[in-house]
Ligand binder design. Structure first.
Ligand SMILES: Nc1ccn([C@@H]2O[C@H](COP(=O)(O)OP(=O)(O)OP(=O)(O)O)[C@@H](O)[C@H]2O)c(=O)n1
Ligand SMILES: C[C@](O)(CO)[C@H](O)COP(=O)(O)O
Length: 226
């Protein structure tokens, strides 16, 4: 029977955060940011393994105590220059069966909840393609001109913001990333094969910590138990 695994790309630096410490190691609600997502994933009974893809020269990860995560947590020091490369390298190193499901989740989305994981897995486990957590766009959308004035208002109907985890069969995802590396998420590579991943409705609390101002919101949510 197919197993479910998580793969967490964590080899980025966080240029938009602008801190000397890589974003995933910034302190957040009493632990490094990366620990929140890893602990949630390791506590999910559906997941057999949680691979974390680190930069080859990462010297920080092994400095923390991960014993509470147990044997599920498997660090792989094979991160690449881009997120897509890190995921592709991690898939290769993980040696998963082609039919196994892999849930790719950003280290920079610390507010992931068990309920999000359960919903994603329940909605996709019998799906032919796979899919992603996402939220419908809630704001009015403006397109800017070169002077940062409004060129037009874009219709938001049918637009969703992509989140993670993004859940695909390991073999399909490896093939997709082999053929298409110039992407910012896994779904884009699968779409390039001509397939249509499913959108599974999530919540805005599962946002990506990108800019310094995102840290306070994440901290508040994590203190509230999300
Ligand atoms: N070469 C890279 C780049 C990014 N990531 C990971 O991809 C996730 C989402 O990316 P993002 O938030 O864009 O992180 P960074 O690339 O670190 O941020 P920035 O774009 O601001 O530099 C993060 O967990 C990040 O560590 C990765 O594994 N390998
Ligand atoms: C995968 C992702 O988090 C979905 O929203 C996003 O695409 C990552 O993109 P980034 O440009 O690396 O932040």
């Amino acid at each position: 029977m197919s197993e479910f695994h998580a793969l967490v790309p964590a080899a980025g630096f966080g240029a938009r955060m602008g801190h000397e410490l890589p974003k995933q190691y910034l302190p957040l609600a009493g632990k490094p940011m990366i620990a929140h997502a890893l602990e949630t994933l390791c506590a999910c009974p559906d997941l057999s393994t949680v691979f974390v893809v680190l930069a080859p020269d990462d010297t920080l990860f092994h400095g923390y105590d991960w014993s509470h995560c147990g044997e599920k947590l498997q660090p792989l020091y094979c991160g690449g220059e881009t997120r897509a490369e890190s995921v592709a390298n991690g898939l290769l190193a993980s040696e998963l069966e082609p039919d196994d499901w892999v849930l790719v989740h950003d280290a920079a989305r610390p507010c992931l909840m068990q309920a999000h994981l359960s919903k994603l897995i329940a909605e996709l486990r019998d799906d032919a393609v796979g899919g992603i957590l996402a939220v419908p766009v809630a704001d009015t959308l403006k397109r800017a001109d070169a002077q940062q004035r409004i060129a037009c208002t874009e219709p938001r109907e049918g637009l969703w913001q992509a989140q993670t985890p993004q859940m695909f069969r390991a073999g399909l995802l490896a093939q997709a990333l082999q053929q298409c590396r110039n992407v910012t998420d896994e779904a884009s590579a699968v779409e390039a094969l001509g397939l249509s991943p499913k959108l599974v409705a999530s919540e805005s609390t599962n946002f990506k910590v990108t800019y310094p101002q995102d840290l306070l919101l994440a901290e508040l949510l994590l203190q509230q138990g999300k």
